[in-house]
Design a protein around this ligand. Structure first.
Ligand SMILES: NC(=O)c1ccc[n+]([C@@H]2O[C@H](COP(=O)([O-])OP(=O)(O)OC[C@H]3O[C@@H](n4cnc5c(N)ncnc54)[C@H](OP(=O)(O)O)[C@@H]3O)[C@@H](O)[C@H]2O)c1
Length: 138
């Protein structure tokens, strides 16, 4: 691996499994300081049990559809690092709003919009703020 992200602060949302976990591993191998999140700490513990190199990653249990939890995640990054250099908005739950349109109710549609539209948008706002801090320093 290259070390090309050495000294960079990276956030990967939903990094406890699947594509997000692969991205976490890659960024770590390339030298980044990596923060990730997911709702379940157990999932992260399973990933960590399989790969002890993940000890270097800061996992923050977070449901990104909960605004306070989302803000706490970014406040923590701000306190610890004061900036963000890379962000991968990968988190997404299993879809509730699947099926024939006539059968998908408002509650499931709202849950999908919260998880897959509003949450990534809120993350992006906070990420851009932290990236602006990084740009102002360089
Ligand atoms: N797999 C595919 O073929 C495919 C194709 C196209 C696009 N994608 C997109 O790629 C991304 C990753 O897909 P994947 O298949 O790797 O997904 P996955 O295996 O289901 O993993 C999703 C990750 O997101 C976390 N997550 C879900 N809801 C969350 C929430 N509300 N707050 C915080 N974390 C949350 C999960 O942890 P917890 O459950 O513990 O929260 C998990 O770590 C998704 O955005 C998906 O839509 C995937």
């Amino acid at each position: 691996m290259t070390g090309r992200f050495r000294g960079r602060i990276a956030l990967v949302t939903g990094g406890s499994q699947g594509i997000g976990l692969a991205v976490v591993r890659r960024l770590l191998a390339d030298g980044a300081t990596v923060v990730t999140c997911g709702r379940s700490r157990d999932k992260w513990d399973d990933a960590f049990a399989d790969d002890p190199r993940l000890a270097a990653v800061r996992f923050v249990p977070t449901d990104l559809t909960d605004r306070e939890q989302l803000d706490a995640l970014f406040d923590g990054i701000e306190e610890d690092h004061g900036r963000l250099d890379l962000a991968v908005n990968n988190a997404s739950p299993a879809l509730g709003s699947v099926g024939p349109t006539a059968e998908v109710d408002d509650a499931d549609t709202r849950a999908t919009l919260d998880a897959d539209l509003l949450a990534p948008l809120r993350c992006l706002r906070r990420e851009l703020g932290l990236m602006a801090s990084a740009a102002a320093r360089s």
